[in-house]
Design a protein around this ligand. Structure first.
Ligand SMILES: Nc1nc2c(ncn2[C@@H]2O[C@H](COP(=O)(O)OP(=O)(O)OP(=O)(O)O)[C@@H](O)[C@H]2O)c(=O)[nH]1
Ligand SMILES: [Zn+2]
Length: 337
């Protein structure tokens, strides 16, 4: 087993240990590079290959005894002597997972990518700069276990980058923030600190903010056709057939149609990551279940009065809490351009 090739695919200690503890004879590890539903692309020390899920694993998935493999997952497979399709034997425990609500099934989440180390929360420094949306992205990242990094694109189109930066930094004081331009190249170097060490990066951001362009800049060759999206039979836009990209300088980038549709995950953990300042302040409220409205001894409203907390921030927090506690009844919004 060529550990060096595997390392470039993001193989590391937690997976190695999981591997040793199961270590079935004749099996080898591989990472899911693309998920076509019925068929997968595996990256392994033997190169890339196609794979399917055998009936036994399919049954285990149906019974909830195994997760369904997604892009970024480490799996074990049994190499066959001849070229062609192989089968996935098992899915290794995940370190992180990015998920969204399954369409039409409010209680179920759908994992769209696994073992993501860093999530770039991408917004354009133009009209797209929407604090509320950013906070939703922070909530999704907070649920995943991956490290969030705010990336503000199209700096070349923004007249007052400093002001925009400050506005966004105030929304998430603890999250690193970078302004970049894929046109001038400004700020791109700083992103490598998150990708180095063979880490896996995923991008969340609305359509047109420049995710594909940014990925192309990072990948270093036009492996994705920017703007040349096609629609598949479900009316979704798909931009590529490979969904996990191994960067020549090291590091990996995940980009899947599912990633692009990521919505808000509705649970408390996500809220905490997005609003650490308000969560911390509420520790000082007299009542532990304080809703920061008319309750006496509310530390959050005190901070508001003293100017320590921006009113818009509390307003956004309330909206997000409302959204998270409301039973989802709206149909999924169709993605348009
Ligand atoms: N001026 C400027 N334009 C950019 C920059 N980055 C991307 N663009 C342009 O913005 C448009 C959208 O970029 P994409 O990379 O396709 O955006 P995307 O986020 O991948 O969009 P979807 O594929 O719809 O999810 C393209 O016309 C890009 O050329 C930038 O830094 N500066
Ligand atoms: Zn309070």
């Amino acid at each position: 087993m060529d550990e060096h090739v595997l390392e470039k695919l993001g193989w590391g200690s937690p997976f190695q240990e999981a591997w040793r503890s199961r270590a079935s004879e004749g099996e080898e590890p591989a990472r899911i590079g693309a998920d076509y539903g019925v068929e997968y692309v595996l990256y392994s020390a033997r190169g890339d290959m196609r794979a399917t899920i055998p009936g036994r694993l399919r049954m285990a998935i149906r019974k909830g005894q195994s997760v369904r493999p997604v892009v970024g997952d480490w799996v074990s497979f049994e190499p066959r002597s001849q070229e062609g399709t192989t089968v996935i034997q098992a899915v290794l425990p995940r370190r992180t997972q990015l998920a969204r609500k399954a369409a039409g099934r409010a209680d179920e989440e759908q994992v769209v990518a696994a073992n993501v180390d860093v999530v770039f929360l991408v917004s354009a420094l133009t009209r797209d700069l929407n604090p509320r949306r950013l906070e939703r992205y922070l909530a999704v990242a907070g649920d995943s276990g991956a490290q969030p990094v705010l990336v503000l694109t199209k700096a070349d189109l923004c007249e007052d980058v400093v002001a925009a930066r400050e506005r966004i930094a105030a929304l998430a004081p603890d999250v690193p923030l970078h302004t970049v331009s894929s046109v001038t190249g400004e700020g791109l170097d700083a992103l490598w600190q998150y990708i180095g060490g063979n880490r896996t990066v995923a991008l969340i951001g609305s359509s047109g903010v420049g995710k594909s362009t940014l990925i192309n800049r990072l990948v270093g060759s036009a492996r994705m056709e920017v703007g040349a999206v096609r629609e598949d039979d479900k009316g979704r836009h798909t931009t590529t057939h490979r969904e996990l990209f191994v960067l020549p300088q090291g590091g990996l980038v995940i980009d899947t149609p599912g990633m692009r549709e990521l919505g808000l995950m509705e649970n408390e953990e996500g809220l905490r990551t997005a609003f650490t300042d308000i969560e911390e302040l509420s520790g000082g409220c007299r009542f532990s279940d304080c809703r920061h409205q008319k309750e006496p001894g509310c530390a959050v409203r005190e901070a508001l009065q003293s100017g320590q907390l921006a009113p818009e921030r509390l307003e956004n927090y309330r909206k997000l809490v409302q959204e998270a506690t409301r039973s989802p009844h709206e149909p999924q919004k169709r993605r348009g351009r």
